[in-house]
Unconditional design. Structure first.
Length: 150
């Protein structure tokens, strides 16, 4: 698996309850641009419309050698999942405060592009601060152990 890009801000802003994998419908120039690593998921999100799953605001840069048939960088892209999985997601997303957030974009061993989606609940400001404090405390303990071993 070759990771193209990750949405690190999503893990900071959201509590990820569950992750799942989805395929993505792309054009030829989008795949070539992804092979060059020209993408980011910063403000992107996934939503269900008419029993189909779509990815919004994911930025895939235009292909350098592309011609007039180059793609739109932030176009809406269809995500591919089984119908029963989408129906299950519809039930979960309709719960209060849950949303679908793309966590990473990657190539599989077979050369297919996949999106890892997270079923997420937004964090409050105090939750973010607590997570940062816990992370700093863990780092400090690791430093202390390392210094003690030396």
């Amino acid at each position: 698996m070759k990771i193209i890009c990750q949405n690190r801000k999503a893990r900071h802003d959201y509590e990820i309850l569950e992750t799942m994998e989805a395929g993505i419908v792309l054009t030829g120039t989008e795949v070539k641009s992804l092979r060059a690593g020209a993408a980011h998921l910063k403000d992107s999100f996934a939503a269900i419309e008419h029993d189909e799953l779509f990815l919004f605001n994911a930025h895939i840069s235009p292909y350098e050698q592309g011609n007039r048939f180059n793609h739109e960088p932030t176009r809406t892209r269809k995500l591919l999942m089984h119908e029963r999985e989408i129906r299950r997601l519809i039930g979960k997303v309709q719960e209060k405060g849950l949303t679908l957030v793309p966590l990473k974009l990657y190539f599989t061993d077979r050369g297919k592009v996949k999106v890892e989606l997270g079923l997420a609940r937004g964090k409050r400001q105090y939750d973010k601060r607590r997570d940062i404090a816990e992370r700093d405390a863990r780092r400090e303990m690791q430093r202390a152990e390392k210094d003690r071993d030396d």
